[in-house]
Design a protein around this ligand. Structure first.
Ligand SMILES: [Zn+2]
Ligand SMILES: [Zn+2]
Length: 130
């Protein structure tokens, strides 16, 4: 059972299945959306995602095309990404313990921050995967 939640603990969830396709995107938008050198998120089957607490304490930013992010109103943790109001990715930083998945791809490394030093052994793409 995979569980996760925000920094302050108001928002918690569980995933009744496995996470897959963990990716990290280093583009300038993801750096701002995830407050870090890159995003780190894994896909979840929307039917397997379940809020345990704090669903009313979530606020959303929905961009163009219906893709968006959901945050804890209290502490600002980016908990998940949504598409057409359904959760389709969880942010790996908010998973408790072992998410049982590893980041397989690093995207948009060509536009990474000047201050980020990439490890040499990882799989990187200058932009998206081909
Ligand atoms: Zn919180
Ligand atoms: Zn990105």
């Amino acid at each position: 059972m995979i569980t996760g939640g925000c920094f302050c603990g108001a928002v918690t969830y569980q995933v009744n299945g496995k996470l897959r396709d963990a990716k990290s995107c280093h583009c300038s938008q993801c750096r701002k959306a995830f407050n870090a050198q890159a995003s780190a998120a894994a896909m979840v089957d929307p039917g397997e995602f379940e809020w345990l607490s704090g669903e009313g304490n979530i606020t959303s930013y929905i961009g163009e095309h219906g893709f968006g992010l959901q945050f804890c109103k209290t502490c600002g943790s980016t908990v998940c990404t949504v598409y057409n109001d359904k959760v389709f990715q969880v942010t790996l930083g908010c998973v408790d313990g072992d998410p049982e998945v590893e980041i397989g791809m690093h995207l948009y490394v060509g536009s990474k921050a000047t201050w980020e030093v990439m490890p040499e052994s990882i799989v990187t793409f200058e932009e998206g995967p081909v």
